[in-house]
Design a protein around this ligand. Structure first.
Ligand SMILES: NC(=O)c1ccc[n+]([C@@H]2O[C@H](COP(=O)([O-])OP(=O)(O)OC[C@H]3O[C@@H](n4cnc5c(N)ncnc54)[C@H](OP(=O)(O)O)[C@@H]3O)[C@@H](O)[C@H]2O)c1
Length: 308
């Protein structure tokens, strides 16, 4: 059910007593939605433990300082990881596993908008790698820590509800690549993978979120300074601030509305306000064609190919 900002603020204000401790990892926590959610959550929870990941060391240090300012009683850390290479993801997870035994929240928001194809060493577009495969690798690697938590949650900030019909021989975007495919494929693949993961891991809830238009450095980083500034300016009237986005995402990260499969649905496709944005007829067609299993098998195959 959709919430209002007032309800979300009331919920978040009560977290100090209702959720005194929380361990969270923000993959993409050095900027934008991840950054502001991490800082908001740090201030909301009494004793938070929050790690953030990104490439930019200076930005990472700044976000850690902002979390300390928001709540000096927390434990915070930054790790520099370039997620366009799956090996880096595996290395980072090995180290992260030594820092926490149980993980309450895995918040995935790394990546940019794909305008043109930019291939990694294994021939997959950098953003497709970052927004889908690497995020899924974090989920897979950190699953034991998630399953060790009391009410664990995985959130992927991408394009829940913006899925498109996909083709089995183009899942890695090697056959066709356009703006529509580059953004639609990871959306479809995330929603399908989360259905599989929710069944395999019934104590964990999975949210694929469309965050709305949020004023962040995303446009400039994705399209360059001139076009990014123009587009940022044009979309500003329809956008919410990154700070407000952090408030909505703190609520999505902690709300009891999204129960795991062992008590209900398990996988959710929602807008920033929690409204169900599932394209029911498209998802039914994708299921009928066997895509949840096809996508998950393909994901495992890419892991093997990238890590051999
Ligand atoms: N903002 C919006 O209006 C909007 C709307 C719909 C969907 N989304 C989606 O939401 C996600 C987050 O957007 P945002 O607005 O928060 O973007 P942002 O401000 O540009 O933040 C992106 C984050 O991803 C990290 N990142 C990018 N490439 C990486 C790599 N190779 N390795 C490790 N980290 C990497 C960045 O860290 P470093 O720079 O430190 O590497 C940064 O922390 C994106 O996937 C975007 O497509 C955003």
């Amino acid at each position: 059910m959709a919430q209002t900002l007032t309800q979300v603020r009331e919920w978040n204000a009560a977290l100090k007593s209702t959720r005194p401790e929380m361990v969270a990892l923000f993959v993409g926590g050095t900027s934008g939605i991840g950054e502001h959610t991490a800082i908001n959550l740090a201030g909301a929870v009494k004793k938070p433990t929050i790690y953030i990941i990104g490439r930019n060391e200076a930005a990472g240090t700044q976000v850690v300082d902002a979390m300390k300012n928001a709540n000096p009683d927390g434990t915070y850390g930054f790790k520099a990881v370039d997620m366009s290479n799956l090996r880096n993801v595996d290395e980072a997870c090995e180290e992260l596993k030594t820092r926490f035994k149980a993980l309450d929240l895995l918040f995935l928001s790394a990546g940019a908008i794909s305008i043109s194809k930019n291939e990694t060493a294994i021939g997959i577009d950098v953003n497709h790698m970052t927004r889908y495969y690497s995020r899924m690798r974090f989920v897979e690697n950190l699953m034991p820590a998630l399953e060790a938590a009391t009410s664990p949650r995985v959130i992927s900030i991408l394009a829940g509800g913006k899925e498109i019909m996909i083709e089995e021989d183009n899942l890695d975007l090697s056959k066709k690549f356009s703006l529509s495919e580059a953004n639609g494929y990871p959306a479809s693949m995330t929603s399908l993978a989360f259905e599989v993961l929710a069944s395999q891991h019934p104590s964990v809830s999975f949210l694929h979120v469309f965050p709305g238009l949020v004023s962040t450095p995303l446009m400039k980083k994705s399209m360059g300074s001139v076009l990014g500034t123009i587009l940022g300016f044009l979309t500003m009237p329809m956008s919410i601030s990154a700070k407000e986005s952090g408030e909505w995402q703190t609520w999505l990260s902690t709300s009891p509305n999204f129960v795991p499969k062992n008590s209900g649905q398990g996988a959710y496709i929602v807008n920033h306000d929690g409204k169900d944005s599932t394209n029911q007829s498209l998802m039914a067609q994708l299921r009928e064609k066997g895509f949840p299993e096809i996508v998950w098998k393909h994901t495992q195959d890419i892991f093997t190919r990238a890590l051999k």
